[in-house]
Design a protein around this ligand. Structure first.
Ligand SMILES: Cc1cc2nc3c(=O)[nH]c(=O)nc-3n(C[C@H](O)[C@H](O)[C@H](O)COP(=O)(O)OP(=O)(O)OC[C@H]3O[C@@H](n4cnc5c(N)ncnc54)[C@H](O)[C@@H]3O)c2cc1C
Ligand code: SF4
Ligand code: SF4
Ligand code: SF4
Length: 475
């Protein structure tokens, strides 16, 4: 008998909108789905034998049209709590903070201020959870990182730092189904959305996953990104460990370093972020589904943590976190930690949280509209997304900035496709030449747009806009 046609394969994977979260495989009762890296270095599920057409995989997919969106999920989950405020960009929240752990070693080992590691450890120590689903190095070259279940604070500590590498939750979700207990899950917004959909579908996940810890996400990189970085630091051997966010005394936290170790034990030189900033800013090696993602602040998560990218914190070499809390129990946990002197916590306005992620918000909200348009023109079917008002063209200056922004989004989409289609980590000379040209044009446009933002004519023009729309300026 031919295998059944699954909506997640025909409508999500084959249409290019699978983010590789693995929730479909994690809920499958017959373990018929398995995730593997495709030629683009992105994780995708494939159907094996035994499918009983139960449709569970479809009902938990964060990218399948027709499933609840982030706003609806968040309303169902948090609606009715007292003290909840709503913001169109961040979703709902109880409180916002800047903070970091007072454990100097843990802060130094973390991506930002180490509050994610601290929070999970605190929940384990107080027996509020028996395990945390974290992403940690495997010590192997393939995969370099994987979801694992940490049952001690020491194991949580080994997961410190962000892994810009494809990982999926299928295995750990299967373990949760088989092993009673209370768990917390750390994840990117799409993973947290999938977990929330799974909690709605299956009581076993509703009962056992008691906290979801989101991370703000601008984009995820394919596995080719890590190969590319390894080549940039002169490594040709297989890599067994990669650190994307090494800190250095006296170096601003945002200029973190990449370093890797080969299977033969050779430790590479360090590569600073400023040397590869364009790879992030221009979407090289970005997982294609991220082009269709509109959730910046993990709107379905109980808490979301991010980097403290505000000018007054970004100079700090030890790093810091901004935090949005939506669950009162986690809010209490943070406040208790601060009262005991374990962590530093200071209240912050939501506007400042948004300001810290301005580029990501522009890209995932206003850029999204342009990318969806490009996808339609390419003959791709376009996923249904929440719609967000755009302030493009509200004034003369805004209109010109909007045109520049549109062009930059197009060029970034092109750069993403060029690097995504690169057969291996080595970019062909012709691809390199095209990417160089794209970089030059975007740089010139960015200068023009920022000059426009500072010239008196444009400033006067902008001043006529309500404050809320001024914040949406494009560069
Ligand atoms: C792909 C990606 C994109 C991001 N984009 C942004 C952004 O645009 N802006 C921003 O402010 N912050 C972003 N972050 C979040 C930021 O890098 C930090 O993870 C966050 O500030 C928490 O820092 P911390 O010091 O508290 O974490 P730590 O205490 O260092 O703990 C790190 C935690 O992250 C988890 N983790 C690591 N990699 C992954 C992964 N791939 N998927 C799921 N969990 C993972 C680990 O399990 C661990 O619990 C991104 C993170 C990732 C993984
Ligand atoms: S339809 Fe059900 S059995 Fe078939 S792959 Fe999906 S989850 Fe598994
Ligand atoms: S659930 Fe996740 S891995 Fe499965 S098809 Fe949907 S996006 Fe892809
Ligand atoms: S940008 Fe969206 S789809 Fe991509 S990894 Fe982040 S949350 Fe997932």
């Amino acid at each position: 008998m031919p295998p059944p046609s699954l909506p997640i394969i025909s409508d999500v994977v084959e249409k290019g909108f699978c983010c590789g979260c693995g929730a479909c495989a994690g809920v499958c009762p017959t373990t018929s789905l398995a995730l593997t890296l495709d030629k683009y270095g992105e994780l995708k599920p494939g159907l094996g034998t035994g499918c009983i057409s139960c449709s569970l995989c479809a009902r938990v997919c964060p990218f399948l049209n027709g499933n609840a969106n982030e706003t609806t999920i968040a309303q169902d989950k948090f609606g009715g709590q007292t003290g909840l405020q709503h913001n169109a960009v961040t979703g709902v929240s109880l409180d916002a903070y800047y903070g970091y752990t007072h454990d100097a070693d843990a802060r130094w080992a973390a991506s930002s201020g180490g509050l994610t590691t601290w929070l999970l450890s605190a929940l384990l120590k107080s027996n509020q959870i028996n395990g945390a689903l974290i992403v940690a190095p495997t010590g192997k070259s393939a995969p370099l990182f994987a979801y694992q279940i940490a049952r001690t604070p020491e194991a949580v500590m080994r997961s410190a730092k962000s892994a810009y590498y494809p990982v999926n939750v299928s295995e750990v979700m299967r373990t949760i189904r088989e092993t009673p207990g209370c768990y917390a899950v750390v994840g990117l917004p799409c993973v947290i959305k999938a977990i929330e959909l799974a909690r709605k579908q299956l009581p076993v996940f509703r009962d056992r996953i008691v906290f979801t810890v989101g991370l703000v996400c601008g984009q995820l990189k394919s596995s080719h990104y890590s190969n590319y970085l390894a080549r940039r630091v002169g490594v040709t051997d297989a890599v067994k460990h990669a650190c994307y966010r090494k800190k250095e005394h006296g170096r601003r936290a945002s200029d973190y370093l990449f370093q890797c170790e080969t299977v033969s034990g050779q430790v590479s030189r360090s590569l600073p972020f400023h040397a590869i900033g364009h790879v992030w800013a221009h979407d090289w090696f970005k997982v294609h589904a991220c082009n269709a993602c509109d959730d910046v602040f993990a709107e379905c998560a109980d808490i979301v943590l991010m980097d403290a990218w505000l000018p007054r914190y970004a100079e700090e070499d030890r790093g810091g976190n901004l935090v949005l809390v939506r669950n009162s129990e986690l809010d209490r946990c943070l406040r208790n930690g601060a009262a005991k002197g374990d962590i530093h916590l200071e209240p912050l306005a939501i506007d400042e949280v948004i300001e810290s992620q301005r580029g990501v918000v522009q890209n995932k909200r206003y850029g999204l509209q342009l990318r969806l348009d490009l996808m339609e023109r390419q003959g791709l079917s376009v996923p249904t997304k929440r719609s967000f008002p755009s302030s493009m063209g509200a004034t003369k200056a805004h209109g010109i900035q909007g045109l520049i922004f549109k062009n930059a989004v197009r060029l970034k989409y092109l750069a993403n496709n060029l690097t995504r289609n690169a057969a291996s980590s080595d970019l062909a000379p012709a691809t390199e030449r095209k990417l160089k040209m794209i970089r030059t044009v975007i740089r010139a446009q960015t200068r023009l747009a920022s000059w426009l933002g500072s010239c008196p004519w444009a400033r006067a023009d902008m001043a006529n806009l309500p404050l809320e729309r001024q914040r949406c300026k494009f560069f």
